[in-house]
Design a protein around this ligand. Sequence first.
Ligand code: ZN
Length: 424
Amino acid sequence: MSRENRKTPDACFIVPPFIEDSIEENGNAEQREKVRESRLQSAAVRQDRVYTPNASSTPPPGAVGKDRHVHDAERGYLLPGRIKRTEGTVATGDEHVDEAYRWSGAAYDLFNEEFGRNSLDGNGMDLISSVRFRPGYDNAFWNGRQMAYGEGDEDLPEASRIFNRFTILDICGHELTHGVVQFTAGFPYKNMQGALNEHFADVFGALTAQRVHNQTAHQASWLIGEGLFTNRVQGRGIRSLKAPGTAFDDPVIGRDPQPSHMDDYVVTDADYGGVHINSGIPNHAFYLAAVALQDTHPFAFTAAGDIWYRTLLRSTSQETFESIAELTVDVAAAIYGAGAKEKVHRAWAAVGVLTSPSPPSPPAPPEEPEEPEEPAPTPEEPSPEPDPAPEEPEEPGEDPDYGQPWCKKLWARLTLSHDLEEEV
Ligand SMILES: [Zn+2]
């Protein structure tokens, strides 16, 4: 497994450049000046000119488990800044500090309690956050060592405010996941691999929020950055996994450019090759898989999240959408059985990444018994239930012939078109 990008990742920012471009073009004078200043600060972060005194990833001897350190950059550019809250201490009353503390803990808990991972590096790495990076900075980022959050437009007159502060639950989960990706697959932050990096960050950012709110796949908003925009902006969030391309449509910040199907994949040099754009395609596949799995696993942070997390562990840095899709199908089959495998496969087919919604069943792994091979019965003579893996009973109301190859193909096609209709 490749790890070449582990030590020197690009900084990953939550606000994509196309939103900044739009504000520079369409905003008022205050907004334009603000975005130009934020971009200068982001450029300094990218070039690693932001001072970071050994924010080491190595935990002290004996350190295990959650260990949060929240700093206040006090609107300066030195990271991490002055320490404000450490693990186990009481709330400070400073919303920026306390949110960064609480939500980085929520992301840690997701990975630890659902998937058994001990922090970003799997080895108890400290979770370092800095709030109030630069005056009125309109972004948040992971710089390979820590998270940092801007305070948004609190310094602007109300009529000019676009962004609230950036210490938002799913944004914290998103930024922390860039750390997990760095220490696992190590996707470079460019082109399709960069879109996968963004995809996994969005998936586990959304799941961090769903777990805190105890929301099922059906109940969740599936938005990233919900609450980031002030109510002057026509936008519900910065991205939508449920309906990519619909998160915002506003005269100042522009229109959500995310596709949800491979037919609309955007080839561009901007945005590191469209990392925040084309991530909409795998994002939507994850949403479809989570919704399809919810009859047996209502919470997306259980089975669907587990499949995606195990996929991340098995990924190399050069995966494509298609190879990632195949990995998720393999993982789903191995852990959750044939029913889950079909659902995950159909999700990727619905976004045009896998071409066949129902390929012939491969040889069964040990934990997934071969399906019965009796001749296909007529619809009037239903066969007994197929024999799924223990954790994946057949969908209620499904045709009892579903396990037969002829019926599987028909069912997959019908369900695929149903999924597509639902997502219009
Ligand atoms: Zn990101």
